[in-house]
Design a protein around this ligand. Sequence first.
Ligand code: FUL
Length: 483
Amino acid sequence: MRKIYFVFLVIVSACINKNKVAPPDVVFPVPTQVQLDWQEKELFAFIHFTVNTFTDKEWGYGDEDPNVFNPVDFDPEQWVKTLKEAGFKGAILTAKHHDGFCLWPSEFTDHSVKNINWQNGNGDVVGELKKACDRNDLEFGIYLSPWDRNHAEYGRPAYVEYYQNQLNELLDNYGPIFEIWFDGANGGDGYYGGARETRKIDDQVYYKWDETFKIVKEHNANTLIRGDARNSLTESRWCGNEQGYIGETNWNMVNPDTLLAMGKKRIKVLNTGDINGNVWMPAEVDVSIRHGWFYHASEDTLVKTPDQLYDIYLNSVGRGAPLLLNVTPDRRGLIPEQDIASLKGWKEKIDKTFATNLAAGAKIEVDSYRGNSDNFDASKLTDGNKETYWATNDDVKTGTISVTFEKPTRVNYVLIQEYLKLGQRVKSFSVDVFKNGEWQQVAQGTTIGLKRIVKMEPVETEQIRLRINDSRACPVISNVEVY
Ligand code: FUL
């Protein structure tokens, strides 16, 4: 009897100890909840619309007759429905581009929709779009160009006050917004109230970013700040190009001071992030559905095809960076039909490709798991719960996850996700399939991050495995899917 009691005690204490296995320590830096929520939304739309749409320019000089702005069939409901159906979670509008024309009736300038013939001066693109977003449950964001080629005071302190006034005005009247987009572009020359000259500023100092960011956060702590990566308060960085891809190696971290010292060379680092970075600053991939950011009739034949958009998707979302895809309302004030067709085709392709997760019904095994505790075992990889994860012991920086199907199955993609609340870790991985009695490597990669979609040549196999080859600390993987 005593013996049975003893065995019972041993089992109970083993169980208790198993559940006592501590989770891995955090590897800093880590995302804030605002950043993580934003990253997880994955798909955002940019909307470039202003006088440029009517003057056929990309950068207005600032001397445009505001009355050229006349979208006779203006229908933000059509924009929002299009974006919503394509799977976007939010839309960011150019409330003011470099030319300085304001798409809302700002009380701080005459250069706005309030002084034009369109809608008898009662038009408000920002307000109408915000309302359409609210009606359709799409999040709303604002782009407010710091560079203003219209304003007479640009380059002097009075302009920064004007800029901050406008920011306050927009956030007061059209908030809360999910993202604010601070553009870094500055070409120097402009109309500047008639001066027609070149004005140079030190963008690190002139715009008083710390103060400007504070205005945003005081209005809503949940608004994500997309800005210059050389400022450590920036919450999302530019991806270093406008072609629609983030690096195959994509760390969510950067070191703002290092970037500052690098000059133009920093653009390369924006694309890859920095394994030694001390600030969590995920990249956002911004790219246009057409060649330019604004509508040009001459680009009607240059709309990206569903396949091109799908490649962009794999090279952004599939590498752990949200995609900000730009659409271009035309002179009618509508998203053109051919662009809508492309977006539809793209969405269908994504939905079809990722319709059935083959890992869901398969057997998942790992070579080791943390403290042999079922809190960190293989089942956590496919339980559909993003808060649970497979992890190894602290001294184990490699690991193997294998997926065994009931019968030979055609596989084309593996989707992997790290649990980022404990920091981004994986440095190198490979994918193998079991074929002709042996393991054959079919893909390899570096970082994983929020989501990594690995595309392989389609292959029929009974077993596929993921090998983590190197990691900053023990790997912590929350999800594995196979398609
Ligand atoms: C750039 C701007 O100069 C382009 O016109 C566009 O707005 C793009 C998204 O950012 O810096």
